[in-house]
Ligand binder design. Structure first.
Ligand code: GLU
Length: 504
């Protein structure tokens, strides 16, 4: 078997807000490509659009990708041979390359005012013609350009698209893609503020950073012919192209905030596990050889074969993510899950997300009162509860609701009618509680199976159905109708607390 050519790949997110799930999706497939070929994975920050720039975004991108375990080999924080990795710090490269394009005639200066461009667009619209620059400044003579420059007129630089040609490139998932030159706009490469546009900066950087394969979302495919023209104009070989299908809403539209949570931070804060989110994003673009649905990043890497990438628009299904998250939660050792629960709570406190009057506040109050997140007593208490809730949790966020009864002195506060067994009365419920209390108080030892056996015997003696009998017990002991397993809960709470909660 020949070994694969090491691929140098990158993601190039723009720091324009909360890190997007689409960024994680692309990071995952780039990471897999780099790791399966022994190549390199670069993180480049494309921050040339100063109007949409958000200063906190870069940090959040790095934080969430790090959280997912998708580390990069070169990037703004790490440096590397082709740094800096932030486009705003590389403007001299773009200027120098732009000069080359101007000199070779592949680009031209355009002095059209915004007012003229408006007029042109309006006229195109009225004629129902395709929008695009009409090429007025293409024909400027060198001395006219000099004059305008000397007069200090604002201008942009545009790509001189050969309108008569057909641009062809190969996409690894779609095969040959052809685009007629006449449909391609004379793209602005440098704006009047001296900042390059995405197209110029992206191509120059991919070249200077040695990127051999561009793996990005399908939405960029319309830009690729322009990028091909730039590679050609510079006399550079183009990288290989792979445009991945877009993540979609259930109605097949491109994934959007209105229909799905798209912020990675949201998933983190809602207690999704990074390995579950990666698994989910993996399934969106890939099917494993043996049809396995639940896998870790390591398993995905071991299985990974670019031939198994899918080309159809994957629908983002939160229900499925919840299921996967439950699966991954159950795969964690109790120690790991304990650590995750505490990390999650600490993150929520740190970000000011905790809402007063929720089970989370109760759990946190206990933690605070017992030495805080790093205290061994806290760790031990959470660790002790984990086996009781691990089966039932779908997200880390659900922990507090399920485990609250272990962190409060009293669970009172539930509606009394919750105690009432099926077809019973409140009076019967109270009678059941008293009886249970007497049975349990008389037991010599306090352990789960013994508690259950004794209570079953009592139920039988009284002629109560066990299900009916356990209803008020569950509510009185845990404060909720849905709870961790009742007898294990009683066991963990201990004799004194349990008997106190059963008291009227
Ligand atoms: N800056 C672009 C983005 O925000 C990069 C697209 C590409 O990968 O070429 O996704």
């Amino acid at each position: 078997m020949t070994s694969p050519t090491p691929a140098v790949v990158r993601i190039a997110p723009s720091p324009t807000g909360d890190p997007h799930v689409g960024t994680a999706y692309m990071a995952l497939f780039n990471w897999l490509e780099a790791h399966s070929t022994g190549g390199r994975f670069i993180l480049r920050i494309e921050d040339t659009d100063r109007t949409r720039y958000d200063a906190s975004s870069e940090q959040k991108i790095m934080e969430t990708l790090g959280w997912l375990g998708l580390g990069w080999d070169e990037g703004p924080d790490k440096g590397g041979p082709a740094g800096p990795y932030r486009q705003s710090e590389r403007t001299e490269h773009y200027r120098a390359h732009l000069e080359k394009l101007l000199a070779s005639g592949h680009a031209y200066r355009c002095f059209c005012s915004e007012a003229r461009l408006e007029e042109m667009r309006a006229a195109q619209k009225a004629r129902k013609a395709a929008p695009g620059y009409d090429g007025l400044c293409r024909g400027l003579l060198p001395e006219e350009v000099e004059q305008k420059l000397a007069a200090g007129l604002a201008h942009v630089v545009r790509l001189k698209v050969p309108k008569e040609r057909t641009i062809v490139f190969h996409d690894e998932l779609r095969g040959e893609v052809k685009i007629e030159g006449q449909t391609i706009d004379d793209q602005v490469l440098m704006k009047s503020d001296g900042f390059p546009t995405y197209h110029l900066a992206n191509v120059v950087d991919d070249r200077l950073m040695g990127v051999t394969k561009v793996i990005r979302a399908e939405e960029w495919i319309v830009s690729t012919p322009k990028h091909m023209l730039l590679y050609e104009a510079f006399g550079w070989p183009a990288p290989a192209w792979r445009h991945m299908p877009l993540l979609r809403n259930a109605d097949k539209s491109k994934i959007s905030k209105r229909k799905n949570p798209t912020s990675l931070t949201w998933y983190q804060e809602q207690g999704y596990l990074p390995e579950a989110l990666l698994n989910f994003l993996g399934l969106m673009g890939y099917s494993s050889k043996d049809g396995q649905e639940v896998f870790s990043l390591e398993q995905m890497l071991a299985d990974y074969d670019a031939k198994r990438l899918s080309t159809s628009g994957p629908v983002f299904d939160l229900e499925k993510l919840g299921w996967l998250n439950g699966e991954h939660t159950r795969r964690l050792t109790p120690e790991r899950l304990t650590a995750r629960i505490l990390e999650h709570l600490e993150r929520r406190v740190g970000r000011g997300l905790v809402v007063a009057g929720t089970p989370e506040t109760d759990v946190l109050a206990w933690i605070q009162a017992h030495g805080g997140f790093t205290s061994p007593a806290v760790r031990e208490r959470v660790r002790a509860t984990v086996p009781l809730v691990q089966e039932r949790m779908r997200t880390l966020m659900e922990y507090a609701g399920l485990a609250r009864c272990f962190f409060v002195d009293s669970v009172k506060g539930y509606p009394p009618e919750d105690l009432i067994p099926k077809k019973g009365t409140l009076e019967l419920a109270h009678q059941m509680l008293t009886t249970a209390r007497e049975t349990l108080a008389a037991l010599p030892a306090w352990e789960g199976p013994g508690l259950e056996a004794a209570l079953r015997t009592t139920a039988e003696a009284k002629g109560w159905k066990v299900g009916d009998f356990f209803t008020p017990l569950r509510v009185a002991v845990t404060g909720a109708k849905v709870s961790p397993p009742l007898f294990e809960t009683m066991h963990l709470l201990g004799r004194e607390t349990t008997l106190a909660r059963l008291a009227p």
